[in-house]
Design a protein around this ligand. Structure first.
Ligand code: ADP
Length: 489
């Protein structure tokens, strides 16, 4: 299928070339799925000092391209490679702003215990956005759609409007803005207007300036032709004061152009039939082999070995958003074993360690980041917990289902959109509503009762989850619809 649609991604991360988190995963995977739909897609990324030039066969294609920033002329280099295992071009922009090893300065500075230097990140990514637009003109690459992501490239729609006052190159280009994380908004002092060369008379700039600063995310929300976030429920939730992170009123103004598209997962990497991290491979035709992984996990962690006992897994960043504190001593009365893997908040880590000390036959807490162990937990668990307070999309529940671990999740954001509770056809999990320990306990108890007393029904829940479509192909088709809507703007 050919669409003749030309889409350019502008992003601060791209897995595996430069990844910090989920944003990189989306920018690394979605273009490949779009390409399969016949879309001509390419990605622009800063050329960070940490990027492995040899590994990714990055070649210089142009030098000395002039970009105006702060009324000065800066020169950038333009480099090119392909997204691994694809024909998709990734263009990298080199400049001294990106020559350091860190992708984000703010995070790096905080990690060293110094103050957060977010101001320089603002300059870096505004400059990147401007440079990418300049590079597009130099390459004579005129996209139908510029797809920008999170606050880092949110200024692209404003910059296009400013450019269009001077020349026609981007006159027909439309913009799509994806919010991956509403919590980081990129708030800048007004001097950013001069730095970026934005038209200060744009109504969205004037309105934003009223409270004394320029919020990158607000600009993206107000100026892009279409906006979306990473699940339909989260797209609804952020319109409320409670979950809008201060932007609910702004989002409400654009609610007719706001969509939710769930992320996919890498179904090759997360595949119990081929997973190199697990000993006993399995699928829906030989599901009995899944329990061998439970035994491997029990042995590895020194838990009593018992093929029949229900094993409850959790793999997560240990932060307040994830609802870890809902699991209390009371839960240890249940007939099951718990394996929790995660790092993060010291208080939450200590709480889990204490449970492990108190209940050595039932509870294990592994406080580290461990990809291999995470796969063994997905494969060895019967039940997977995700009791989040809020969750824009969430990947853990989808990975768990792919491995036949039945999720117990809270009804929020992407969890609500990806787990089918018992009342729904082809149910594949358990969903509770109130963010309370008792509610999670009751739902887990319900799951355990079915696990022990209705094994046939349980097997069906597992199979339904394993058959669910979490591929990027499905999400890419949704994005194609969004691009078509943007073109009509
Ligand atoms: P978030 O993006 O908020 O961290 P998600 O559920 O979207 O939550 O994604 C979490 C991803 O990180 C999953 O792939 C999960 O397996 C992985 N992960 C989280 N913590 C760990 C850990 N300690 N070790 C290994 N993988 C982890």
């Amino acid at each position: 299928m050919k669409n003749n649609l030309k889409v350019v991604f502008l992003a601060s991360e791209l897995t595996p070339i430069a990844k910090v988190g989920g944003l990189g995963d989306v920018v690394g995977a979605l273009p490949k799925a779009l390409y399969e739909l016949g879309i001509n897609v390419s990605v622009f990324l800063p050329f960070y000092g940490c990027i492995d030039v040899k590994k990714y066969k990055i070649r210089k294609i142009k030098d000395g391209i002039k970009v105006v920033a702060d009324s000065r002329i800066e020169k950038i280099g333009l480099w090119r490679t392909s997204l691994p295992d694809s024909k998709i071009s990734a263009y990298l922009i080199s400049h001294k702003y990106f020559s350091g090893k860190e992708i984000y300065y703010a995070g790096a500075k905080m990690a060293n215990g110094k103050y957060e230097d977010s101001a320089s990140d603002i300059n870096r990514f505004v400059f990147f956005t401007k440079a990418a637009l300049t590079a597009l003109r130099v390459l004579k690459l005129r996209p139908d759609i510029i797809h920008c992501h999170d606050w880092h490239t949110a200024l692209a729609p404003d910059l296009l409007k400013t450019e269009n006052e001077k020349n026609d190159f981007f006159k027909k280009t439309k913009t799509v803005y994806t919010i991956h994380n509403l919590a980081n908004q990129g708030i800048a002092a007004p001097v950013i207007i001069g730095f970026s060369g934005l038209d200060q008379n744009l109504p969205v700039i004037k309105a934003d300036l009223e409270n004394g600063d320029i919020n990158m995310m607000v600009q993206g929300i107000m100026s892009a032709d279409i906006i979306n976030t990473v699940s339909p429920s989260y797209a609804q939730e952020i319109l409320s004061h409670y979950k809008g992170a201060g932007l609910d009123q702004i989002l409400l103004k654009r609610k007719n152009d706001l969509y939710g598209v769930v992320n996919g997962i890498d179904t090759d990497f997360y595949n119990p039939q081929t997973d190199k991290f697990i000993k006993s491979k399995y699928s829906i035709v030989n599901l009995n082999k899944k329990a061998d992984n439970k035994i491997v996990l029990q042995k590895k962690l020194g838990l009593p070995i018992d093929k029949k006992i229900a094993l409850i897994g959790l793999v997560s960043r240990l932060v307040w958003q994830k609802g870890i504190e809902l699991v209390t001593d009371e839960f240890l009365k249940l007939n099951c074993q718990f394996v929790f893997l995660g790092t993060g908040d010291k208080k939450l880590e200590e709480g889990l360690k204490k449970l492990a000390e108190k209940y050595p036959d039932k509870f294990r807490a592994i406080i580290k980041f461990d990809e291999e162990l995470s796969h063994l937990i997905y494969a060895g668990s019967d039940i997977f917990l995700m009791p989040s307070l809020f969750e824009p999309c969430g990947l853990g529940q989808m990975i768990a289902m792919r491995y036949g671990a039945v999720p117990v999740v809270r009804a929020t954001g992407g969890l609500k959109d990806t787990v089918r509770q018992l009342s729904i056809k082809k149910a594949d999990g358990f969903v509770f509503r109130k963010f309370e320990s008792e509610a999670l306990f009751a739902e887990l108890k319900k799951a355990l009762d079915i696990y022990y007393e209705k094994p046939k029904f349980w097997k069906q829940l597992m199979i339904n989850g394993m058959k669910a479509d979490f591929s990027w192909e499905k999400s890419a088709k949704e994005y194609l619809k969004i691009y078509k809507m943007a073109l009509k703007k």
